[in-house]
Design a protein around this ligand. Structure first.
Ligand code: NDP
Ligand code: MG
Length: 386
């Protein structure tokens, strides 16, 4: 019996993890969960899965839930998240389905205890990939990706010699605004940007998909996870989201992973890594008919070169990239900026020597990465929240 410590239980990934648990009660038990604001969903989850520990976003929700569930242990804020990540059980499986930089420290804490982490929270690797991968190595813990592209690559690479990899090829759906010109972006509404053609996901990653920042993050994520130089990670636009990624080997052979676009599959694979366990949805290629591939226009989507730039600069650059994006996406979701301003502001951050000078002297560690994250967000909020 695997005992699940689930960070971000109320979200898109979190609830899909819970679907799998619900369908396999003999294999999994939910022991600890976290949520932030969605009290109604959290209440349902607690009633159904009866976790022993619940971490709440704030004390208001904590007090509310304590009244309904007097026998459950509660915690809140970052301390709560760290407790979920390290909750003492015999056979722990830590799943990080938090969104944003708040996921970084819980990943690190689980790894420090030698616990493997099933990671959906890509921001962890974007902002602190080097430190996180080193922690995993030191503590003999694994990071098993949930992100569909990285799951595809992990599936392809099972049993392969990493020396034989020539290139990783990430597929990109192109998101909701793929056919819009740069000038058309000025008038794109939040609703249009949130209308992803193939995937139902949380708001933040749906906007990241529309700007292709998500694919930039995934290049960085792949470089860390699979230790492939970033100039050997390519992106191809594949509107159908059936091929989830590919690996080219040194002999020119290209292996791809195909499946219906449904996150239950990568979650299920991560839970059983490296085995494939039964799921019901099957792919029928005859119904799809054709699969298309096209290059990315990196003039239109500068988020890809920006991600490579941040990765190669290293140090606090990736954290600044991530924080600028997170702040700008939040501002866009509050209708305070237009969607094209997200990329514009990231471009400014990446080339703002004054901004980066603030951080240059800081020792490179997780504590300072989190400080930089907060500082950049504060600056961006000050600039746009009038
Ligand atoms: P959602 O927004 O749907 O869910 C996020 C979860 O994190 C919710 O449980 C939310 O709580 C919680 N949360 C948000 N902010 C905080 C905070 N400040 N403190 C504590 N908890 C918080 O996101 P997704 O499930 O879509 O994405 C999760 C991660 O997985 C992201 O990193 C995303 O990039 C990645 N991912 C997602 C995919 C998808 O299909 N959704 C695909 C591939 C990767 P509450 O709702 O209660 O407020
Ligand atoms: Mg992905």
């Amino acid at each position: 019996m695997k005992q699940i410590c689930l960070l971000g239980a109320t979200g898109s990934i979190g609830t899909q993890v819970l679907d799998i648990v619900r369908n396999n009660p003999a294999s999994y038990q939910v022991k600890a969960i976290s949520f932030n604001q969605n009290l109604a969903k959290a209440t349902e989850i607690i009633e159904e899965f009866k976790p022993a520990l619940v971490a709440c976003g704030d004390s208001v929700n904590e007090i509310e839930l304590k009244k309904i569930f007097p026998n459950i242990e509660f915690a809140k804020g970052m301390e709560g998240l760290l407790r979920v990540a390290t909750y003492p059980v015999a056979n722990p499986v830590v799943i990080n389905a938090l969104v944003g930089s708040v996921g970084c420290l819980p990943t690190a804490e689980a790894l420090k205890q030698g616990r493997s982490v099933l990671l959906a929270n890509k921001e962890t690797l974007v902002m602190a990939g080097e430190i996180i991968m080193a922690l995993a190595k030191e503590n003999n813990a694994q990071i098993i990706p949930i992100d569909s592209e990285h799951s595809a690559i992990a599936q392809i690479l099972t049993g392969k010699n990493p020396q034989e990899i020539q290139r990783l090829i990430l597929t990109a759906s192109g998101g909701a605004l793929f056919n819009k010109t740069r000038s058309e972006l000025k008038t794109v509404t939040m609703e249009e940007a949130l209308n992803h053609p193939n995937w139902q996901m949380g708001a933040k990653i749906t906007i990241d998909s529309a700007t292709l920042m998500n694919k930039g993050f995934e290049i960085m994520e792949a470089a860390h996870l699979f230790r492939v130089p970033i100039d050997r990670i390519d992106v191809v636009v594949h509107r159908e989201s059936i091929v989830h990624s590919m690996v080219e080997f040194v002999d020119g052979s290209v292996l791809a992973q195909l499946a219906v676009p449904d996150m239950h599959l990568p979650i299920n694979f991560a839970l059983n890594y490296p085995s494939h366990k039964v799921l019901s949805k099957k792919l029928d290629l005859t119904k799809i008919g054709q699969l298309t591939f096209q290059p990315v226009d990196e003039e239109r989507f500068k988020t890809l070169p920006l991600a490579r730039y941040a990765f190669l600069k290293g140090g606090f650059y990736p954290a600044v990239l991530n924080a600028t994006n997170e702040a700008m996406v939040e501002l866009f979701l509050n209708r305070l900026v237009t969607i094209d301003q997200i990329e514009e502001e990231i471009t400014l951050s990446m080339h703002d020597d004054c901004l980066m000078d603030n951080y240059r002297h800081l020792p490179f560690n997780l504590e300072n990465i989190m400080k930089v994250d907060q500082d950049v967000k504060n600056k961006k909020f000050q600039k746009f929240k009038r």
